[in-house]
Design a protein around this ligand. Structure first.
Ligand SMILES: [Zn+2]
Length: 476
């Protein structure tokens, strides 16, 4: 590892000195508790503006997570009394004569500005409820900016547990997120009011009866809908307006095949739980869906048809896995075999059927695949790669890998190159072959499913291969 000393500093220290001076001066003015929150909000906005100005997405449109950073932070009305502050994740406000309800509080770096713009749009009336769709940092990051005396924080009953594990595993998760999404800050925010976690809900909602309340004549229902983006998902339903605030229940795009697996390495998600949750949402018959990423969707018939297709697609994949497991098929056979029939075809830019197969298989069967005795011991195949290299020679392995590349079999090539590079880490020919194999996979991914995670992973591996090639000794 030849990390530059600078990159080990907390990300905030890499901000322009002027920004830190402004933020520092704001803190210095603190004189009593009443102003502390307002000062924090102003400092957060200055720091957030400076940090996000330095971040850019992939520039490819709104299909990829990396592009959410390009969405301008601004408020737009969605229906009477319903406002959305856009951003990486949207924050919503439902205004009534007696007060205001907030749904999701956004990405910490944008949340203070989202709050200010919403409060300027609807200055009158207290905020009575802040409802959090789930514990992910991009949906709960601005909660502290909304806290006033008497505000209820409404979250799912699993929220505290999800927040706990996401906080305890923060360094591990941040490394993975940062690897996949290079646009996010290098280190988790290290300034108190931008830090993840510490939210204490005052009202917990389970998966049974909704939490119902009325404010200024508007009825609100908070419904537990676990299964897609975590065990602590909930949605907000306005029964009179027939508007569903869906948080991340559908992921960033609607409709799509859901992400029952996360490449960034979160806990398993339960497929049948998600089907139950989809059934609850279908029964509501929404006329407008307002997700916390990207744009609202309208049209009762279209929404219903898409919801039914999502439910049936998950059920279809699930049932095919069960049948395959009972027939004694391996997880890899099922990954290759199970595809959606044409009538259930769904976009796989976020979730992906073959990965769902593996996740659901392992959800039921866990990690022991009943294949090899070696699975039971802490001695992976890579332990003997140097011996294989000794027997076959790096050149022979690379030559065989090249043949697979020529035959458009990049994964077979990568297996051989893992062996070669497992022993000869800077072999130029092996690295060049790896670059060629990864490029085939990336071209296929971009021309095929356009799965955001697959593309982000392959780009990361290509970057890493290029770096190693740059440092490798010249061929000779
Ligand atoms: Zn999200």
């Amino acid at each position: 590892m030849s990390e530059q000393p600078k990159s080990r500093l907390p990300w905030a220290l890499a901000l322009p000195a002027r920004v830190l001076l402004v933020a520092g001066a704001a803190f210095a003015l603190l004189s009593c508790d009443d102003t502390r929150q307002e000062v924090e909000r102003r400092a957060a906005e200055v720091i957030g503006e400076a940090a996000t100005a330095r971040l850019t997405g992939s520039g490819e449109g709104m299909e990829r997570a990396a592009d959410l950073i390009n969405i301008p932070v601004e408020v737009r009305p969605l229906a009477e009394g319903v406002y959305q502050a856009r951003g990486v994740a949207n924050t919503h406000m439902v205004a009534t004569d007696e007060g205001k309800v907030v749904f999701d509080t956004g990405f910490a770096l944008q949340a203070a500005k989202q709050r200010r713009l919403l409060q300027e749009t609807v200055p009158d009336g207290p905020v009575t409820h802040v409802i959090l769709s789930h514990s992910h940092a991009d949906h709960s990051g601005g909660t502290r900016f909304w806290l006033e005396d008497g505000v209820e924080i409404v979250a799912h009953q699993e929220f505290p547990e999800e927040q706990r594990y996401l906080k305890e595993l923060e360094p591990y998760l941040h490394y993975r997120n940062r690897t996949l999404f290079p646009f996010i800050p290098e280190k988790p925010p290290n300034i108190g009011f931008l830090r993840y976690g510490g939210i204490e809900p005052t009202i917990l909602v389970g998966n049974g009866e909704p939490y119902r309340f009325e404010l200024g004549g508007t009825r609100f229902e908070v419904i537990g809908t676990p299964g897609a983006e975590g065990a602590d998902n909930l949605v907000l339903w306005l029964p009179e307006q027939k508007i569903l605030f869906s948080g991340d229940f559908f992921g960033p795009n609607f409709p799509q095949f859901p992400n029952v697996f996360t490449m960034r390495g979160e806990k398993i998600r339960k497929p049948i739980e998600y089907i139950h949750s989809l059934n609850r949402v279908i029964a509501l018959e929404p006329e407008m869906i307002v997700p916390s990423h990207n744009d609202p969707i309208t049209g009762r018939e279209k929404i219903r048809a898409d919801l039914v297709r999502m439910r049936d697609a998950v059920q279809y994949v699930h049932d095919a896995i069960i049948a395959g497991m009972n027939a004694g098929k391996t997880v890899h056979e099922l990954m290759a075999e199970i595809t959606l029939p044409p009538e259930l075809e769904l976009r796989q830019t976020h979730g992906r059927v073959s990965w769902a197969v593996k996740s659901i298989w392992e959800y039921y069967a866990t990690w022991f695949h009943f294949d090899s005795t070696t699975e039971l011991y802490a001695v992976p195949a890579s332990t003997i790669y140097p011996e294989l290299v000794e027997l076959a020679g790096v050149d022979a392995l690379v030559e065989r890998a090249r043949r697979h590349i020529a035959a458009q079999e990049p994964v077979q090539a990568l297996h051989l190159l893992d062996i070669a590079l497992g022993s000869e880490t800077d072999d130029r020919a092996a690295l060049e072959a790896r670059r060629a194999a990864l490029q085939i996979l990336l071209d296929d991914a971009e021309a095929g499913l356009r799965n955001s995670y697959e593309i982000d992973w392959l780009r990361y591996r290509l970057r890493e291969t290029e770096e190693r090639l740059g440092a490798a000794p010249a061929a000779g």
